[in-house]
Design a protein. Sequence first.
Lengths: 130, 232
Amino acid sequence: MHPDFPRDNPHSFTNARFEPPRVLCMKLEGEMTPDQAAEIYENLTLYSKETDCLELLVDLSALKGIPPAAREALARLPHEVLCQKLAAYGASATVRVLGSLLLKIFPHIRKSKFFKTEQEAREWLSNGDA
Amino acid sequence: MATPETPPHDEHGEIAVSSQRVERLLEIFASVTAGDYSQTVEVSGEREDDFTPVEISTNFMIEQLVYEREQNEAKQAELERSLDTILKQRGAIEELSTPIIKIWDRVLVLPLIGALDTRRSQNLTDALLTTIAATQTKVAILDITGVTGVDSAVANHLLKTVASVKLLGAQCVITGIRPEVAQTVVHLGVELTDVRTLSDLAAGLKWALDYLSLEIREKRAAPKKPNGTNGK
């Protein structure tokens, strides 16, 4: 486990939690801020060193939006692939559309998909390259 | 973005959209084109189809435009504040850079330092004439020892200053012309024959005292009394 990020970090913005061997779980809440965007990137960078096939499982049920300042912060991050798959669940239509748009300019993630439930998201992650 | 609950594409990958929704988008685009970012698309969470992302994305674009406009306005306000500060500081510097010193009764000295541009020359003349009128000055000494550069416009302005001072019934003397400034003035062909110039401020002050029929004499020691005291 990376020493800079504990397995459970309930005080972080993203409530990041790593499930070995390769799944990083996050829950995003409220309106994303530039600091949260930076923390997401930091999470990906740190945990991508733990495994070559890092996968993200993201709960978006409590995310209200990603304002322009946070979007700009995401767009300014270094462009490098850090994660093979992202499965997001629970997002509203608005968040799904915005997420899809941002993933087009956020090349850190190779594949991504939105689901209604956590179970569907986990099934997709565990289905190899499906 | 199709989900199991939304209508699928047809066999050609096309979707059906009501003209009303397209018209609404066009109205909003027209408003944005005219700089009006107040309108957005109403998106119903109940009726979500393949056209819904287009409508939602339109709202995001308008949101981004509003954000950028606010950023620009904030930067504009900051620039205006900085400009205001610079203008105030410039005023303070100009005030400090055109000091007028009453060195003796009816004698003023203006010690000028640095570059002398048209703006500064004008400020100098305005301040000098006002002070001469207010203090009944008879001699104004412009000491340009510290002036680094003079162009033809400034040289001509100095001539006008001298002439203006004369019209107020005072004399104007220029002192401390540096060799390079002298060469520049001659090279520019500016006529200084009607201008009294002296080598330095001390010479200027001596001339002013002479003009006012004043002289400086060394104090003489009081004669000693026969008992050794000094007459006290």
